[in-house]
Design a protein around this ligand. Structure first.
Ligand SMILES: Cc1cc2nc3c(=O)[nH]c(=O)nc-3n(C[C@H](O)[C@H](O)[C@H](O)COP(=O)(O)OP(=O)(O)OC[C@H]3O[C@@H](n4cnc5c(N)ncnc54)[C@H](O)[C@@H]3O)c2cc1C
Length: 403
């Protein structure tokens, strides 16, 4: 019997433990520092758990060397993840953009089927048990925990990243691997809210809008995205903002976010729609120019930002003012101060350098029997189920223990 210790009972660690336990010659011990496994999983997708994305493609993954993720993702694509969960009894539904959720709409369902499988496969779960240090010992490893030492023939480190601190995001994984010679890259919060400069229109707090985003800095295009944007107290959130947050964090203060609130239309079409609106209701106030097209508060703010007096009658506006209004709603600019921190980030951009691991097995090149998976590695992904897909795929590969 070989002893396999998996450190971290999150998405990737549970997957690695279940995979290792499929080989009945393995005795698998899963260590989790919190009182229960999968705490972060419960918070994913606003409690619904967007567990994968049927369209996951290489361009959704980032890091110093994003290609590192490909073998794992190819060996265990979204289809395989769905089959795996189906076999555990989980029913799922695929929504807009290929986002997959449990049919129950509850992240609990995903965690429950994993917990039952861990028990069924005989994985020894030690919750409330934090790994403190790892030593190389007799061709294997010695894991020091708060409550004693455990010898392992093989070790999977799946401690996650620094993001989502309130849900258990910690730096433990980076610290545990450092003495073994595995260094990390710079860490930045990603899939996180953007903070806008002081002139940000606070009246928009709570407004949601569909839009296309372009983030520019130093005269260059840094990132682009499309989808839902949510205005907050001091900036923007929501999937579209999350998808440019990695680039915003890397650039630092001063990047400019260009927002197009009518991405399905050309500038000329918007201009004509505004002219027609005014022709239909010339007696209405200019404040109503976007009524029926955009959220009322957003429309009013855009009228002001186009330099139009909102109490003028629509019939008195000229072509230049319609052009200015069209421009304001198709290229509304916000100067970005930075992003929120790791506490509110969904993932960590950066992590343990992938160059130290074989992408075909996730085994360390210089520490045989040591495997790493999940967010701890320098791989992060876009918003939409791609990060959990990486957790499942990399956990599956690491749990094979090089076989
Ligand atoms: C609010 C929020 C919402 C999200 N929503 C989505 C979503 O809908 N879809 C999606 O794809 N991704 C989502 N993500 C990202 C996704 O949750 C993570 O990428 C994924 O959980 C990473 O899995 P992991 O196993 O690498 O790490 P984690 O899930 O973080 O698991 C790591 C585990 O290791 C444990 N641990 C750490 N140190 C030690 C130690 N020393 N000893 C023992 N145990 C230790 C931790 O307590 C934790 O349980 C979301 C993240 C957050 C924060």
């Amino acid at each position: 019997m070989r002893t396999v210790v998996v450190i971290g009972g999150g998405a990737s660690g549970m997957m690695a433990a279940l995979t290792a336990a499929e080989d009945k010659n393995n005795k698998v011990i899963l260590l989790e520092r919190q009182q229960r496994v999968g705490r972060k999983l419960l918070a994913t997708g606003n409690g619904r758990c967007n567990l994968t994305n049927t369209g996951a493609a290489p361009e959704n993954y980032h890091g110093e060397n994003p290609e590192f993720a490909l073998p794992a993702l190819e060996k265990f694509p979204p289809r395989a993840a769905l089959e795996f969960f189906r076999a555990l009894g989980l029913l799922t539904v695929t929504e807009y953009g290929g986002r997959v959720y449990p049919l129950s709409n509850s992240a609990n369902s995903v965690l429950d089927v994993l917990r039952f499988a861990l028990a069924r496969e005989g994985v020894e779960l030690r919750a409330g048990c934090s790994a403190r240090a790892i030593f190389r010992r007799d061709g294997g490893y010695l894991v020091k925990t708060e409550s004693g030492e455990i010898s392992a023939d093989s070790l999977v480190v799946a401690c996650g990243g620094a993001a989502g601190a309130k849900l258990g995001g910690v730096n433990d994984g980076y610290e545990l691997l450092k003495p073994l010679g595995h260094k990390r890259t710079k860490l930045l919060p990603a899939l996180v809210q953007l903070r806008a400069r002081g002139d940000y229109p606070r009246s928009l707090k709570g407004v949601r809008a569909d839009c296309a985003l372009r983030l520019e800095g130093g005269g260059e295009l840094l990132a682009r995205s499309a989808g839902e944007l949510q205005f907050t107290e001091n900036g923007v959130s929501g999937p579209a903002a999350f998808d440019v947050s990695r680039a915003a964090a890397q650039f630092g203060p001063g990047a400019v976010l260009h927002v197009n609130f009518l991405r399905e239309y050309s500038g000329e079409e918007v201009f004509r729609m505004l002219e027609e609106k005014a022709a239909r209701g010339p007696e209405l106030e200019a404040a109503e120019l976007f009524t029926g097209m955009l959220h009322n508060r957003l429309g009013r703010m855009l009228v002001k930002s186009a330099g139009i007096n909102p109490s003028l009658p629509l019939g008195s506006l000229n072509a230049g003012q319609f052009r200015a209004a069209a421009g304001a709603c198709m290229d509304f600019c916000l100067t970005i101060e930075g992003t929120e921190g790791f506490d509110s980030a969904q993932v960590t951009a950066g992590g343990i350098r992938t160059s130290g691991f074989n992408p075909e097995t996730l085994e360390s090149w210089f520490m045989p029997g040591l495997f790493v998976c999940g967010e701890l590695l320098d791989i992060d992904a876009d918003c939409g189920g791609y990060n959990l897909q990486w957790a499942w795929a990399s956990g599956r590969l690491a749990g094979r223990l090089g076989k």
